[in-house]
Design a protein around this ligand. Sequence first.
Ligand code: SF4
Length: 330
Amino acid sequence: MGTKSFEIKHLHSGGIITNYNCPSQCRHCLYKSGPRRDKRYLDPQTAETILARSAALNCRSVHIGGGEPLLNPPALQNILEIARNAGISIEYVETNSAWFRDQAEARLILESLRAVGLQTLLISISPMHNEFIPFARTKGLMALCQQMNIAVFPWISEFVADLNRFAAERPHALQEYESVFGRKYRERILKRYWIHLGGRALDTFRPALPGQSIDTILNTAGSCAADLGNTSHFHIDLYGNFIPGLCAGLAIAVQDLGQPLKPDIYPIITLLANVGVKGLFEMASRDYGFETPKKEYINKCDLCTDIRHHLVNQDFPSKELRPTEFYTLP
Ligand code: SF4
């Protein structure tokens, strides 16, 4: 079987990651955002490139996420303005409310964003967020949005009752939830909340999930072309990296979208699309000495992520394994 070039032909629905820096370090974060990540924010020129490429591939609206996009309101205001000028509408801006201090200050920030098109805030509500952010801030921001007629997309309201069991003025560790709601609380979260098992979520939820042997995974996984090519919830980050599917830690330069990827520039993505994780495992074992003491992984993406960590540690010569901090920081 010959090697077929992989291509992202169209973009459906997605988001722009303005920054990976975040005051929180949530246990379920797919992109492993946190306080130690690069403090850089999406610059205007890269934003223009990303938006123009998205529009050329049929995507006329995006959401904004992070990290925490509201860590830099003037920069966010700039991005919203650029999107408006490019004819791309903003579905919502995600926020975890960590920046909320008082209504007067927050009102000024929201007014500046509304002036350039902000209509809806997706506000994160979960026990994982509550480990860092007092629920009083989340509630304060939601109340302010209501006063200002800014729509709120609570993600997710299902957890409001759980968070309300604890004092709102301070954060609460997940262990506190487990002592109130039972030791299977963490496992039940997976049934109540959409969590993609990638990034930091792998370590958090692996203990609560059954494992599969490496042989089982390698013999059943197959090609990842459909996963990598799924653009129903894509992301493009501040460095101009398109993240294929939900495969955090893989990157395609935004300029390379809409054309067949050169296998010599994208050997890993080409291998994953053609053969799947089995191909990656064989290449990494044969050429880069990949060995693992782990007997089991929860799924093919768990194994894939582990192999990619190994390749980054071996200075694998490709820009597909980006951003590097995804691999080097906890
Ligand atoms: S195995 Fe790797 S490439 Fe395939 S879907 Fe999972 S993370 Fe993506």
